[in-house]
Design a protein around this ligand. Structure first.
Ligand SMILES: O=C(O)[C@H](O)CO
Length: 393
C-alpha cells in the first residue's frame, strides 16, 4: 500500500450520513468498470452495510465509454457494422435525446479483431464511421466520440470513407481499407461526404499525442497493434500522405494538434473533417455520467484502474477523478491491479492512498483471474481504514 498521507477516519457532516462514490475504470483484460465498482461495493458493504454507496463506472474515452453512458441512463442502439478487418459485427452506441456516445473501440477495437489476430496495416475505422452515420441519420445534434483502444492506424480514413468520402489512387480507383493503403492516396473526394456542420462533435481522447513523428500514432501505438519497426515507419509515412491531402482540402494543418494521434490518428480526421473539439476522455465522461453532481454528497471517492505507473499517468481515468474530486475537497483512494507509483507521485496526483491487488496476489495471471474477490477484499480494507465507525460513536 502506498501511503502518501494517513487515512483519517471520516465523519459525516451533522445530520447526514457518510456517502461514498465508487468511480473506477475497467481493469483491462480482467473486469469491466461496472464489475470493478460492484466488487468494491460488496467489500465496503461487508464492513459498513449502513452507508449509501454510489457506483459510477467511468472510462477514459477508450473501451468502456459507451458502458459508462449506458450506466448513466443512455439507451443502447445496435448497428451491424464492418469490424476492424472487414468481417461483420454488431456494435452498440449510446443515445439519449439529441446526444449520442459513439466509441471507436466497439467497432474497431483491438478486442474486436477476429481471434485476436492483429492487422496493423489493414485494420480500419470504417465501422465507427458507420456508427456515426447511423447516429447522424437518427438526427442527433451532439456526438461524443470516444477514441482509444483501436486496432488500426489509418488516420480515421475508414471512418471518413463510411461517411461518404472517396479515397482514390492515381488511376482513380477506390483505395482498400487500412493505414497501409494511404501511401497510394492520390485524391481525396469529399463531394459526397456527410455534412456535420450542424452537429457538435466532441472527441473524448485517451491521449494527447500528435498524428506524426516519434510521438505520433504509428510510432507510439503501432507496436501494441502488432506493427514491427518497418511497418511503423511505413504507417507514419502513409499517415503523412493522408495529412497532406486532408490539409489541402481543409486548409488547416491539424496534424500537430494534441489528440490528433488518438486511435491510430482518428483524432486527426475528427478534428479536420468533423470539426471536432478534442477533450481529455475522462473529463468528458465525468460530465456525461453526472460525476460532479454526485460529488456534492460524497465524503470519500474510490477510483481504480488495472495498472498505474508514474510514466503513463496522463489521460488515465483515476487521475481525472482525483483532479475533479480534489476541487470539491473529497479525499480519493485508488485501487489498482498493480501500481508503480511512488508515494510522492501518488500524493502529487491527488491520491490519499493507493491499494494494489498485487500486494495480496503478486502473480499477475492469478491476480487477473481473481480480480473480483481481490477487489472485494480491497473494498473491505478501504472501509476499515476510512469508514469504520469511530469507537466513541
Ligand atoms: O487506440 C490507440 O491508438 C491508443 O489507445 C491511443 O489512442
Amino acid at each position: 500500500m502506498t501511503t502518501p498521507g494517513r487515512s483519517p477516519r471520516l465523519t459525516a457532516p451533522s445530520g447526514t450520513r457518510l456517502a461514498v462514490l465508487i468511480a473506477p475504470d475497467k481493469f483491462k483484460g480482467s473486469l469491466a468498470a461496472a464489475d470493478v465498482a460492484r466488487a468494491l461495493a460488496r467489500g465496503i458493504e461487508q464492513v459498513r452495510p449502513d452507508l449509501p454507496l454510489v457506483q459510477m463506472p467511468v472510462a477514459d474515452g477508450g473501451e468502456g465509454t459507451v458502458e459508462a453512458a449506458l450506466a448513466a441512463g443512455f439507451s443502447r442502439v445496435e448497428v451491424e457494422v464492418e469490424g476492424p478487418t472487414g468481417g461483420p459485427l454488431l456494435a452498440p452506441y449510446a443515445r439519449r435525446g439529441r446526444d449520442a456516445v459513439v466509441e471507436l473501440a466497439k467497432a474497431g477495437g483491438l478486442d474486436r479483431l477476429p481471434d485476436g489476430l492483429r492487422a496493423p496495416t489493414r485494420a480500419s475505422t470504417f465501422g465507427v464511421g458507420q456508427l456515426l452515420r447511423h447516429a447522424l441519420e437518427a438526427g442527433v445534434e451532439r456526438v461524443v466520440l470516444g477514441l482509444g483502444g483501436s486496432a488500426s492506424t489509418d488516420g480515421g480514413a475508414g471512418m471518413v470513407q463510411a461517411l461518404g468520402a472517396r479515397l482514390l489512387d492515381e488511376h482513380g480507383c477506390e483505395l482498400g481499407r487500412g493505414g497501409g493503403e494511404l501511401a497510394r492516396l492520390a485524391e481525396l473526394d469529399l463531394r459526397e461526404f456527410v455534412r456535420t456542420d450542424h452537429v457538435e462533435v466532441v472527441v473524448a481522447s485517451d491521449v494527447d499525442h500528435p498524428l506524426l513523428g516519434e510521438r505520433g500514432a504509428a510510432a507510439v501505438f503501432g507496436p501494441q497493434k502488432g506493427a514491427d519497426a518497418a511497418q511503423v515507419r511505413a504507417l507514419d509515412r502513409a499517415l503523412g500522405v493522408w495529412a497532406t491531402h486532408v490539409t489541402r482540402s481543409t486548409g488547416v494543418p491539424w496534424a500537430d494538434e494534441p489528440g490528433a494521434g488518438a486511435a491510430g490518428g482518428t483524432g486527426f480526421a475528427a478534428l479536420a473533417l468533423l470539426g471536432a473539439e478534442v477533450r481529455p476522455g475522462i473529463d468528458l465522461v465525468l460530465d456525461l455520467v453526472g460525476f460532479h453532481e454526485a460529488l456534492l454528497d460524497a465524503q470519500l471517492v474510490i477510483t481504480g484502474e488495472g495498472s498505474l505507473d508514474g510514466q503513463s499517468l496522463s489521460g488515465k481515468a483515476p487521475v481525472g477523478v482525483a483532479r475533479a474530486a480534489g476541487r470539491h475537497g473529497a479525499p480519493v483512494v485508488v485501487v489498482a491491479g498493480r501500481s508503480h507509483l511512488t508515494p510522492a507521485q501518488a500524493g502529487d496526483t491527488g491520491f490519499a492512498e493507493v491499494y494494489a491487488l498485487s500486494e495480496v496476489e503478486p502473480d499477475p495471471a492469478r491476480s487477473m483471474a481473481m480480480a473480483a474477490s481481490l477487489l472485494e477484499q480491497a473494498g473491505r480494507r478501504v472501509a476499515q481504514a476510512w469508514l469504520a465507525p469511530a469507537p466513541d460513536r
